[in-house]
Design a protein around this ligand. Structure first.
Ligand code: SAM
Length: 237
């Protein structure tokens, strides 16, 4: 797979170890020190996690299923996956994110002794381009937004090469309406606008999957006022 090198990745790593970590830890958390926009994004993101869990469990129990959560953030998906019995490998380019995810998993999974003890996810600081191994399922939520389509193609190809049965991706869709919103946002950047956001056309993501022999089986769209995500589940064609 093509390597994502240089610029974007270093900027993203630095951001998610510092100001981005503080910002997203709050958005993905439960505390009420968030503003209206952040609260809306929290809601949208939690719907993405919920829909992903639905897509995953629709095909049967997750017990013993190996899942790679690439770009795991604070563990929003890795923890519910482990609760369902999945064997989770969760990684992120940001050491701060991985530390937070591990802490949360220890709190939530060790405390949860309602049934059989869940297997603790294996957490690692790693960019997704250096992931290896094989997993039943690979999931990568809200990560592609940090990379232009030229880099995203290689990332998608690499993630597909790790997946044996299915690949679930979410990205900010490049629709006319959202494109317009983003342009307006660029004209009036708010104080929290710290990194560039890249939108992806669904057709481009689909083409990247087709190039490596995968096809989209299910699609979902999650929108709130300030959060937009296209969710796709791909399988070998
Ligand atoms: N997937 C998580 C979720 O949905 O809760 C986190 C989403 S957050 C918007 C994006 C995450 O991607 C950050 O934690 C960031 O550090 C991580 N990330 C960005 N580029 C990455 C890369 N090349 N490899 C691995 N992780 C990356």
């Amino acid at each position: 797979a093509e390597e994502v090198g240089g610029g974007d990745k270093e900027v993203v790593r630095e951001y998610f170890n510092n100001s981005g970590f503080q910002r997203w830890k709050k958005i993905y958390g439960e505390t009420d020190d968030v503003n209206r926009v952040q609260l809306d994004i929290r809601l949208g993101h939690s719907k993405t996690v919920e829909n992903t869990m639905l897509m995953l469990t629709e095909e049967g129990s997750l017990k013993g299923v190996t899942v790679c959560d690439a770009g795991c953030g604070t563990g929003s998906l890795a923890i519910p996956l482990a609760k369902q019995g999945a064997i989770v490998s969760a990684s992120d380019i940001s050491a701060a994110m991985v530390a937070e995810a591990r802490k949360k998993a220890e709190e939530e999974l060790l405390a949860d002794n309602g049934g059989e003890a869940p297997v603790m996810p294996k957490f690692e600081v790693k960019d997704l381009e250096s992931l290896d191994g094989k997993y039943d399922t690979v999931v990568c939520l809200d990560v592609l937004i940090h990379y232009p389509q030229s880099k995203a193609d290689g990332m998608i190809a690499h993630l597909a090469s790790l997946a044996e049965k299915r690949l679930i991706l979410s990205f900010a869709p490049k629709t006319f309406y959202y494109d317009l919103l983003k342009r307006v946002g660029e004209l009036f950047p708010g104080p929290s606008k710290a990194t560039r956001a890249y939108l992806h056309a669904e057709a481009d993501v689909e083409r990247a999957l087709q190039k490596v022999g995968w096809k989209i089986r299910k699609r979902g769209l999650i929108t709130t006022q300030f959060y937009f995500a296209r969710l796709v589940e791909a399988v070998p064609a």
